[in-house]
Design a protein around this ligand. Structure first.
Ligand code: CDP
Length: 220
């Protein structure tokens, strides 16, 4: 039997990353931030100045990548800061439309599924990558709250940000993610939808861990 998966999907800046990594720590599972894979390919797409699907799909299968305690490594180069930039994030949502690239990333994402289990966050974890996930959560918040959260996150990191521009980018990204032909952003029919607009991070984490423990009878 394969290791259990908790899939956490949702739109940009819904808090998936923070929430998913905390849930993983609490239940003792591995953690996959699938967006970081798209961001890595976006970085390469910018560096090579290409949106060629075949080229990017090939890179997705070949690159040497590693996630080490929040650090993102590409061929041993630390690209943690670079992949977090808004420039790379926007490019990521463009390259994410390419079916060949999504296909090439499937195997890489599934390779993270190892005992004792995996918490995976992204857009299509519960719908496409791990359709057999034991628990599927779709995390949302209003666009205004998400833009504010992203703004605060950037300012705290010392990165210059503009709330108006962020809101606009977020709207564009939501639209691209929801309307693309392959793996569009949408809750899996068997997912639990969680609106985090008025909830603290701890409250969201507790809800998800509670659902998980409810399913496993407190074993994990
Ligand atoms: O930080 P944010 O939530 O905006 O984005 P992210 O999770 O780092 O992902 C960056 C981009 O990659 C998103 O805008 C999506 O278009 C794409 N993505 C995807 O298509 N499928 C995933 N499983 C994860 C990310």
């Amino acid at each position: 039997m394969s290791a259990p998966v908790i899939a956490i999907d949702g739109p940009s800046a819904s808090g998936k990353g923070t929430i998913a990594s905390r849930v993983a720590r609490k239940v003792g599972f591995h953690y996959l931030e699938s967006g970081a894979l798209y961001r890595l390919i976006a970085l390469l797409s910018l560096r090579e100045d290409t949106l060629d699907e075949t080229r990017l799909a090939r890179l997705a299968g070949e690159i040497d990548l590693a996630f080490d305690d929040g650090e993102v490594l590409l061929d041993d180069e630390s690209v943690t800061e670079k992949v977090r930039s808004e420039l790379v994030g926007n490019r990521a949502s463009e390259v994410a439309r390419l079916p060949g690239l999504r296909q090439a990333l499937l195997a890489r994402q599934r390779a993270f599924r190892r005992p004792p289990g995996l918490v995976a966050d992204g857009r299509d974890m519960g719908t496409v990558v791990f359709p057999d996930a034991e628990l599927k959560v779709f995390l949302t918040a209003t666009p205004e709250v998400r833009a504010e959260r992203r703004y605060k996150q950037l300012i705290e990191k010392g990165i210059d940000a503009n709330l108006r521009a962020l809101s606009r980018d977020l709207r564009e990204r939501d639209q691209r993610d929801a309307q693309r032909a392959v793996a569009p952003l949408a809750p899996a029919p068997d997912s639990q939808v969680l609106d985090s607009t008025a909830l603290s991070i701890d409250e969201v984490v507790e809800s998800i861990v509670g659902w998980w423990r409810g399913r496993t009878g407190g074993r994990a």
